[in-house]
Design a protein around this ligand. Structure first.
Ligand code: HPA
Length: 274
């Protein structure tokens, strides 16, 4: 059984530990996927805290670096950047997957920008382009709100009608237009991974109304919205999904595309945050 009480105490302990290190209060949080290194280069960093400094904090087993919080200013905006997220497919409990998201909420963030790499199911959304989420389908992964509700964080039954903040969406589309960055609006489906989807699964998700597919983000969006944060999520399309065009999917292709458009991605996310 999920120990909501123990989890909340742990969350508050992490917040206390961080507050002892820095008095910095973030207004906006950002999860940095691969290729968003430039984002940090543009921050005036006040304090970095490695996840390994927080006892039993979930650390990524994929990327090689364990992950850290980077607190600092992007322009005038106080930002908490999260480098190195954990995925459900790594074997973490879904509550641990959203723990960093909840922690930045407890530290005071009012907005969060979630980023990830995705496959596209929509023939018009091409690799190297970006998708701002209008909505998502999370029915294929467990809800991070399962178990006893933590009333201090949010409601037992949370409305998801307007999960993705309309103003932030609008801003993202405007930045795309002004900066000549191809930004679409769409519906995202989160799957567990780690295997890429089969062509039959992709046809099903397309029939259900999804434009993009990935292995993170929707559960973090749910946890952030539960806490009352304004949420924006931006996909970087790294490949066409399985069976959409006839080629084998590899992690290398995902990384290659993400690296190729890293500059655009960083400019887009910086514009949304500032
Ligand atoms: N499927 C799931 N996750 C992904 C994909 C994909 O095609 N590309 C990048 N992340």
């Amino acid at each position: 059984m999920f120990d909501a009480n123990g989890y909340y105490i742990r969350l508050k302990d992490y917040a206390e530990t961080i507050k002892k290190r820095t008095s910095f209060t973030p207004e906006c949080a950002v999860t940095l996927g691969s290729g968003l290194g430039d984002f940090v280069k543009n921050m005036r960093v006040e304090c970095e805290i490695s996840y390994s400094e927080l006892p039993d904090f979930p650390v990524s087993t994929v990327s090689g670096h364990a992950g850290k919080f980077i607190f600092g200013y992007l322009g005038k905006t106080p930002v908490a950047a999260m480098q190195g997220r954990v995925h459900y497919y790594e074997g973490y409990d879904i509550h641990d997957v959203v723990l960093p998201t909840r922690l930045v909420g407890l530290l005071g963030a009012k907005r969060i920008v979630l980023t990830n790499a995705v496959g596209s199911l929509n023939p018009e959304f091409r690799p190297g382009q970006f998708v701002v989420l209008r909505d998502h389908i999370s029915s294929f992964v467990p809800s991070p709100l399962i178990g006893q509700n933590i009333d201090e964080l949010g409601l037992r039954f949370t409305d998801m009608t307007a999960l993705y903040d309309p103003e932030m969406r609008e801003k993202a589309l405007k930045i795309g237009e002004n900066e000549h960055i191809p930004v679409h609006e769409g519906v995202f489906v989160q799957c567990t991974g780690p295997q890429f989807e089969t062509p039959a699964e992709i046809r099903m998700y397309r029939a259900l109304g999804a434009d993009t597919v990935g292995m993170s983000t929707a559960v973090e969006a749910i946890a952030a919205h539960h806490m009352g944060l304004r949420v924006c999520a931006v996909n970087c399309v790294t490949n066409m999904a399985a069976g959409i065009d006839a080629h084998k999917l590899t992690h290398e292709e995902v990384k290659e595309t993400a690296d190729r458009v890293a500059g655009d991605f960083a400019r887009l996310i910086m514009g949304i945050v500032e």
